[in-house]
Design a protein around this ligand. Structure first.
Ligand code: NAD
Ligand code: FES
Length: 292
């Protein structure tokens, strides 16, 4: 059992749990994720690692209860535990692989949208711990949905907060802040955007105007998380990739956004999965067991 040491509500819809998982904590890096299951018959839920403490042997996860499994997670209290906690999965973030010279040459801009604020945090924290600056934009639909303001302020060089409805600080979506920062003379040469797919698509359209290379963290539907089932298939440039093993980070300018968004919708129904299996042929895998 993977014991829950801390449970905290972060916003109107988002919860944090700190979980005892020493082996994952020893090996994980920013950008990676875990798959968690609360009981034998539970659904496997992929969640990005939001923070880790190698000495204490803990992993922090952040989730929004949307389906049955994540709503059941909410019933767990401190002292209870998860049955399975598999990871670290996926590839570490690009920044972890960069040389000190490359890191020093970067002017980083991180764009966090809604729940995507959680996976942005460990990357900005990692940069701060290694002596590098990063500006951060956090976008939330409304003030009640904003979280990690103080945590992010502690690790970011400059933090820009925006709400769609203007209920806190700035009014507008994250891309409006990018436009304003560039118009004010700010220069960036590396952007990382994490949030809903539609946000990441529009961030890429915006950063492309300013020639700022942009990395996105893709979270299509995942089943096994180990490259076997084919659920998380994506077209990146002219290649087929699987987010769980080749990502989750990719060059945002190469993502086929229309296909990624359509595929996520189709994968939710039996008919949609059958259509995908037909269209994708051998590259579909069908290993999730749901597609026939
Ligand atoms: P949301 O809908 O509240 O959006 C968050 C912010 O993104 C908005 O406040 C806005 O600033 C920006 N945004 C949204 N649409 C935009 C657009 N068209 N143009 C410019 N900016 C836009 O986000 P949420 O409800 O927290 O996110 C829910 C979705 O995000 C879920 O589908 C979840 O799976 C996904 N998610 C993705 C990741 C990831 O790793 N990519 C991580 C966590 C959550
Ligand atoms: Fe990626 Fe199954 S979740 S291949």
């Amino acid at each position: 059992m993977y014991k829950i040491l801390r449970k905290k509500q972060l916003s109107a819809v988002v919860w944090l749990m700190e979980v005892e998982a020493p082996l994952v904590a020893r090996h994980c890096e920013p950008g990676q994720f875990i798959i968690v299951k609360d009981c034998e018959e539970g659904e496997r839920i992929p969640l990005t690692i939001c923070d880790y403490d190698r000495e204490a042997g803990t992993i922090t996860i952040v989730f929004q209860p949307v389906g049955v499994a994540t709503n059941r997670f909410l019933t767990l209290e401190e002292g209870d535990g998860f049955q399975d906690f598999v990871g670290p999965l996926g590839r570490p973030s690009d920044i972890v692989e960069m040389s000190p010279e490359e890191l020093a040459s970067k002017k980083f801009l991180f764009v966090a949208g809604g729940v995507g604020t959680a996976p942005v945090y460990p990357q900005v924290k990692w940069l701060k711990e290694h002596g590098y600056d990063a500006d951060v934009i956090i976008g939330a639909r409304t003030k009640d949905l904003l979280f990690f303001e103080e945590e992010m302020r502690a690790v970011a060089k400059n933090l820009y907060i925006t709400t769609d409805d203007g209920s806190y600080v700035h009014k507008g979506v994250v891309t409006s802040v990018i436009d304003e920062l560039v118009a004010d003379g700010k220069e960036y040469n590396h952007c990382v955007a994490i949030g809903p797919m539609i946000m990441m698509k529009f961030v890429c359209l915006t950063t492309k105007k300013y020639n700022i290379p942009t990395i996105v963290s893709m979270n299509p539907i995942m089943v096994d998380g180990t490259g076997m089932c084919g659920a998380c298939r994506l077209s990146v440039g002219d290649e087929i990739k699987f987010a769980c093993v080749d990502g989750p980070e990719f060059d945002g300018f190469k993502i086929n956004w229309a296909e990624a968004m359509k595929r996520t919708q189709l994968y939710k129904s039996e008919e949609g999965r059958a259509l995908l299996a037909y269209r994708e042929g051998k590259t579909h895998h069908g290993g999730c067991g749901n597609c026939g």
